[in-house]
Design a protein around this ligand. Structure first.
Ligand code: FAD
Length: 404
């Protein structure tokens, strides 16, 4: 099965997957979530990430479905994982220069790959899964073929990339971003930084053969193949000063309005609930800006099909739809032609879509922030441990919303 057969880019597929997973979100998840049993056997986890990443399914929907079936206590582990995503998004929103520094570092590393044949050879071997470390080679190939890796495999892979193969972390993060269907500027960059020891200063994640053997149920046992003993974390600059969390823009729904839909939020129903009646809609494609290299065909295809599906799903609310604009010039020309006086778009967090939208200036651009993000992001001030304490309160607000 190819990536899009395993992960059909539709909301229906996302809802079916959620329905199958919900009964297992409690005790089963807590017991089985750390086991990576290989492609086709990832049923200890939800595999919802490509859908959550593009909000074909929202975090709120997932949390509400799970809490409709389990107590908070029973599903605590799963709920915390969903909030890891929210935490990373909030953390990066308040320190956006961490993304630009990653991008600048990546361009430098990419120059080095092109000019240093030794590095190029090692980088190619790692990306092709030809290093001779069986588990690592398997995960490289699983990622390229399926667009997904189990969380534990991502941790082991990143750790081996950085500390055993001694390759630059930015090139590994880029390899993930170009191939993961859920590739996300916040979750991916900050998780790679976390493994490297740059995110939680001085604390790195070191993959051990015994841990891999245990949680792959003996499929792999890379004894004597991994970095051994004390493995020092990477060194890097301190975190940049924290900015305020974004609050988003309000908009007047009675004005003639054009809507921009993008891959960061493909569930625009909440905007229609606020009274939005677009005179026209454009969808944007920023996938080619994920990396200096081309993203894998399945990544671009997933995003394109998901955007198309969202536009079809909401066809009766969108007005005429212009598909797949990929530069600010085209968006500005489109906006001027719509006859609207403002453009509304779901807030795009740090990443290529936000960078593209920053060039839209033909009309006032109103970035509407979901209440879910507005409530949670300001708490991502420090580590996850501190953020985690706020989860019960955030959940209580969700329940309030449901009852309202
Ligand atoms: C090096 C590295 C890179 C990663 N890159 C990404 C990425 O680009 N995009 C991405 O969505 N996740 C990323 N993750 C986090 C995590 O591995 C995936 O979200 C998870 O494996 C997705 O599988 P699932 O849907 O079955 O997760 P489940 O265990 O079922 O969790 C449910 C949901 O919670 C969220 N989630 C779970 N764990 C994490 C986590 N540690 N951090 C953030 N969100 C989490 C995801 O949205 C996931 O769909 C990365 C982790 C590491 C270690």
């Amino acid at each position: 099965m190819n990536a899009l057969q395993t992960f059909p880019p539709t909301r229906t597929a996302a809802l079916e997957r959620l329905a199958r997973f919900v009964p297992h979100a409690g005790r089963d998840y807590a017991a089985r979530r750390n086991y990576d049993l290989g492609p086709g056997r990832h049923d200890g986890v939800s595999t919802l990430s490509p859908y959550l990443r593009h909000r074909l399914l929202t975090e709120e929907e997932v949390l509400q479905a799970v809490l409709g079936r389990h107590s908070h206590k029973a599903a605590e582990k799963f709920i915390q994982e969903v909030y890891w995503r929210t935490y990373w998004k909030g953390w990066l929103e308040m320190r956006p220069s961490v993304w630009s520094s990653y991008r600048a570092g990546l361009i430098q590393r990419w120059d080095e790959v092109q000019t240093q044949s030794g590095l190029r050879h090692e980088w190619e071997a790692a990306c092709r899964g030809e290093t001779g470390i069986a588990c690592f080679d398997h995960w490289a190939q699983e990622l390229v073929q399926t667009g997904y890796l189990h969380n534990h495999a991502r941790m082991w892979f990143a750790s081996i990339w950085i500390f055993t193969l001694r390759l630059p972390w930015e090139l590994g993060a880029d390899f993930f971003l170009r191939h993961l269907l859920d590739g996300d500027p916040a979750s991916n960059t900050l998780s790679w930084r976390w493994v490297a020891g740059l995110q939680t200063k001085g604390k790195n994640y070191v993959a051990r053969a015994s841990n891999i053997a245990k949680y792959t149920e003996g499929r792999f046992s890379p004894v004597h193949q991994l970095a051994q003993g004390e493995v020092a974390p990477l060194d890097g600059p301190p975190h940049p000063p924290r900015m305020d969390a974004p609050t988003g823009d309000s908009f007047d729904p009675s004005l003639p309005t054009a809507l921009i839909l993008h891959e960061e939020d493909l569930s625009p129903g909440w905007l229609f609930d606020l009274g939005l009646k677009p005179v026209a809609t454009a969808t944007v494609q920023a996938a080619s800006d994920l990396s200096p290299l081309q993203p894998a065909p399945h990544v671009a295809a997933f995003k394109e099909a998901a955007l198309q599906e969202a536009a079809d799903r909401w066809a009766d609310r969108l007005g005429p739809v212009t598909q797949g604009l990929s530069d600010a010039g085209a968006l500005n020309a489109w906006a001027r032609d719509t006859g609207a006086v403002q453009v509304v778009t779901p807030y795009a967090p740090v990443g290529p879509t936000a960078a593209l939208l920053a060039g839209v200036d033909a009309l006032p651009l109103r970035r509407a922030l979901r209440p879910y993000d507005a409530a949670a992001w300001p708490f991502a001030t420090a580590g996850f441990f501190k953020f985690k304490e706020k989860i019960p309160r955030l959940i209580a607000d969700l329940k309030g919303l449901r009852a309202a």
